[in-house]
Design a protein around this ligand. Structure first.
Ligand SMILES: [Cu+2]
Length: 191
């Protein structure tokens, strides 16, 4: 692996010439600075989500943010989280399916999930959904709320936990809510 390293400056110069010719400032920037590491200081991600039966979207983000304070927002099951005086900043998840979370080891994640009754014609088998995380390969540390809880229609549910190790974590519904129930899941990719 020594040879490729010695060639790097030459490749770099060629790259700069090509980029200068193309006039691509964005590429120029990317070339000069190494790719951002996925590992940053631990952060606290807020995930706002709805839980409908899979036929109407299953679990689905509608907003995400970073919490810029150590205390969680006020919360109740009727009104959900309160934004009064809350310090946070918006961000968009890097995944496009609206149900995958990319996190770093040590991050805290808070879910705020509203139970939504489906309006479709497929039969519903329950008046609520459930929420848990398959704790593979490593357990998570729950710091607020609980896993395995129910999400009743028109009601809010919240749980906060810290991911302690890299891996693929899957969150999913625990209640047989409809025929699409087994598809009510999403991933948390921790690196
Ligand atoms: Cu379900």
């Amino acid at each position: 692996m020594q040879v490729p390293k010695r060639h790097l400056p030459v490749v770099g110069l060629l790259g700069l010439i090509v980029i200068a010719a193309a006039g691509g400032t964005v590429y120029y920037y990317q070339f000069l600075t190494p790719h951002q590491s996925t590992h940053g200081p631990p952060s606290h991600r807020l995930i706002f989500m709805t839980a409908i039966v899979e036929e109407e979207g299953g679990f689905k983000f509608y907003d995400t943010a970073y919490l810029n304070q150590t205390s969680l927002p006020a919360f109740n099951a009727t009104a959900g989280p309160s934004f009064a005086g809350l310090k946070y900043q918006n961000y968009k998840p890097s995944s496009t399916d609206n149900r995958t979370i990319d996190a770093n080891v040590g991050d805290s994640i808070t879910f705020y999930i509203k139970g939504v009754n489906a309006t479709h014609t497929a039969p519903l088998f329950s008046n609520h959904h459930g929420f848990t995380i398959d704790i593979m390969p490593q357990p998570v540390t729950v710091t607020d709320g609980q896993l395995g809880g129910n999400i009743f229609f028109n009601s809010w549910y919240t749980v906060t936990f810290t991911v302690n190790a890299a891996g693929l974590y899957e969150y999913r519904c625990t209640v047989f809510c409809s025929n699409g129930h087994t598809q009510m899941y999403g991933n948390i990719i921790v690196t």
